[in-house]
Design a protein around this ligand. Structure first.
Ligand SMILES: COC(=O)COc1cccc(COC(=O)c2cn[nH]c2)c1
Length: 244
């Protein structure tokens, strides 16, 4: 997979050189290219922003640098085009499902907004030749898209075959498709500062352990994410209502 990231703070994306994503990049599974948007400015101050049309507080990212950057890096008449992801509080929610969808793409590009946002015509223009998705990683506001890109790239890269050590560990994660949160995990020592590993996990009875883990996942989901439980309950009711 090829990944292009456009930002006025390219050093923010240095974290992509670390750990999982860094390893994937070195092993050739990922081809990560970070671009400084200011490389496509032509004035002495390397200006990327201007006042909002219609007034209002803050500044808006000018369309010209973005247009030139996208045209240079994502060639207009190229045989293939990337899927462009723009992190924004106003976007569609990022999810594990979307992470799987993006992991199937051969080429992703990320546009990091700053200030009050990117001139809306940039997404319109790019949308004329590539798929553009404005995506939110949560209902809060960051100062820029860089952190959101790190979140999404990590969530996507770890799904790529060969990136994560043990693919089985993907199966039982929270949001991994059964609609429940992950159960609590333990390791040695069996007793630690007066807190013990639940006996069932030491029993060697794998059916009992699986049942306990499922029950814990349901309890935890009910406590912390009743919204997910409703959806999960719906699925079971639909599938097994004869047995219910
Ligand atoms: C068309 O898109 C844009 O103009 C994007 O512009 C901005 C402006 C400020 C901050 C951000 C970063 O995204 C978030 O804050 C965010 C994403 N998810 N949850 C919070 C992006």
């Amino acid at each position: 997979m090829r990944l292009d990231v456009f930002s006025i703070f390219p050093e923010y994306l240095a974290a992509l050189d670390l750990s999982l994503v860094g390893k994937a990049a070195k092993s050739g599974l990922l081809d990560v290219r970070v671009h400084d948007l200011r490389d496509w400015t032509h004035d002495r101050h390397r200006t990327v922003d201007d006042t909002p049309s219609g007034g209002g507080a803050g500044m808006v990212m000018k369309p010209e640098p973005w247009g030139e950057a996208l045209d240079t890096v994502l060639p207009v008449d190229g045989p293939t085009q990337p899927r462009l992801i723009v992190p924004t509080p106003a976007g569609r929610p990022f999810s594990q499902e979307l992470a799987y969808e993006l992991a199937a793409e051969p080429w992703l590009a990320f546009a990091c907004g700053r200030y009050e946002g990117i001139d809306a015509r940039v997404a319109e223009y790019a949308g004329e030749r590539m798929r553009v998705d404005e995506v939110s990683i949560g209902d809060y506001v960051l100062n820029g898209g860089e952190v959101a890109v790190l979140v999404m790239v990590e969530a996507v890269a770890r799904l790529l075959p060969g990136v994560i050590g043990n693919p089985e560990s993907l199966a039982e994660e929270s949001h991994s498709g059964d609609g429940l949160l992950e159960y609590p995990v333990y390791t040695k020592p069996t007793s630690w500062r007066g807190h013990d590993v639940p006996d069932v996990l030491l029993s060697g009875n794998h059916a009992l352990i699986a049942q306990w883990r499922h029950d814990q996942a349901v309890r935890r989901t009910a406590e912390r994410r009743p919204d997910l439980l409703a959806a999960w309950g719906g699925v079971v009711a639909g599938k097994d209502d004869a047995a219910a």
